[in-house]
Write a new protein. Structure first.
Length: 268
């Protein structure tokens, strides 16, 4: 595990003071490693958030097929934060989609909150369409989709605890999700055990993930992904970094519209 190297001529206390006053500190990218597993602080002058959850019961489940290879940090399928998104001018309301609601076990987004509320939609976004040849957004039509929205911004309070969605699935031992990715500010949850995209995948971003869960994920990844962390429905995994979290949902790899009332917000 790497650490940040400072110039010996700058005392540590002075450096920390300068970091607070300036707000950002530039460092050699080679000297940074997201696997330091330190609680994050929100930028923009906001107060720090404590990412260490008081109660945690993170299990694990074996990977049942050939695991993902390469670096998850730069895999646009696994890591939505790397793929990125752009704002779009779409209605900030739940919508009824013809033919939706056929799966009674589909993930339910109200369970991402302690009070299981119908969260206020604070932003609408489109994930970038990916070009795997350059590992970059498609240069010709980067936002193409059959849907008007593929990433949804939900209003939260900074530091608010965020939970996994509820679903009707059991992938083994009472768990509902295999953790395909866990980083400092986002998580990818898969309803399945083959470390792939054969079922529902839920991306949740702008959340400071509990560093114990992040460490557990990377320990399993570094050990060859023979098993991965597993979470239950409505299980706390982190806290909101600012006033909005972002959620995207996929089925068999395809991004869907997260505003669909009959799919992800039933009864709302």
């Amino acid at each position: 595990m790497k650490s940040i190297r400072f110039f010996h001529v700058i005392p540590a206390l002075l450096f920390l003071l300068l970091a607070v006053l300036i707000g950002t500190v530039e460092a050699d990218p080679q000297a940074l490693d997201k696997r330091n597993f330190m609680p994050m602080v929100s930028g923009g002058g906001q107060a720090a958030v404590n990412c260490n959850l008081p109660q945690k019961n993170y299990g694990s489940i074996p990977v049942s097929a050939e695991p993902q290879g390469g670096d998850p940090e730069t895999n646009a399928d696994i890591h939505l934060g790397f793929r990125g998104w752009a704002p779009v001018n779409a209605e900030r309301i739940l919508i009824n989609i013809s033919g939706a609601g056929k799966d009674p076990k589909a993930p339910q987004f109200p369970a991402m909150f302690a009070d299981k509320r119908t969260a206020t939609i604070s932003g609408t976004y489109m994930r970038y369409r990916w070009d795997w040849n350059c590992n970059c957004p498609n240069p010709e039509d980067p936002l193409y989709s059959k849907w008007d929205v593929t990433v949804l911004g939900l209003a939260v309070q900074p530091g608010e605890t965020i939970y996994t969605p509820d679903s009707g699935f059991d992938i083994g031992s009472g768990y509902e999700y295999q953790v395909m990715y866990a980083g400092d500010s986002g998580i990818t949850l898969y309803i399945g055990t083959d470390d792939d995209f054969h079922g529902y995948v839920v991306h949740i971003e702008d959340v400071c993930v509990d560093p114990d869960l992040v460490k557990l994920y990377w320990d399993f990844h570094d050990d060859g992904r023979k098993e991965l962390p597993a979470l239950k429905g409505h299980q706390a995994f982190g806290v909101a970094l600012n006033n909005e979290i972002k959620v995207a949902v996929r089925d068999t790899g395809s991004f869907l519209d997260p505003r669909s009332r009959l799919d992800w917000w039933r009864g709302r």
